[in-house]
Design a protein around this ligand. Structure first.
Ligand code: SF4
Ligand code: F3S
Length: 118
């Protein structure tokens, strides 16, 4: 069992979730985060931290949202950096109101690169 990041995180990334995870299983992509289901210990601490309710247990994931479970699993394997520190949300996040399908079309499959580290 695992928790899953879904559509509400896309183009938003509040990152409040990462501060509480005891096993550091959030990975960062360009415009969303994902949870590695093999590392997540199903503790549920992160769920209430997300201000846009983007995190849900896989047990409560609606059947029509199951692609997010596959996405989290798949994108935890692409070498994206682990994120453990809270940072500012993405610019313009207040105006985002995607349908699930729109979010899935817009979600990036590219690992985040912090250019300020270079
Ligand atoms: Fe981390 Fe617990 Fe959330 Fe899993 S449920 S991502 S272990 S805080
Ligand atoms: Fe995304 Fe919510 Fe975490 S918007 S980064 S899942 S706090």
């Amino acid at each position: 069992m695992t928790y899953v990041v879904k559509s509400e995180c896309v183009d938003c990334k509040h990152t409040a979730c990462v501060a509480v995870c005891p096993v550091d299983c959030f990975f960062e992509l360009e415009n969303t985060l994902v949870i590695d289901p093999d590392i997540c210990i199903d503790c549920a601490i992160c769920e209430p931290e997300c201000p846009v309710d983007a995190i849900v247990s896989d047990r409560k994931l609606k059947p029509e949202e199951s692609h997010w479970l596959d996405f989290n699993k798949e994108m935890s394997r692409v070498g994206a950096p682990v994120i453990t520190k809270v940072k500012a949300p993405m610019e313009g996040h207040e105006d985002i109101n995607y349908t699930d399908q729109e979010a899935f079309e817009k979600v990036s499959r590219i690992p985040f690169v912090d250019i300020t580290d270079k």
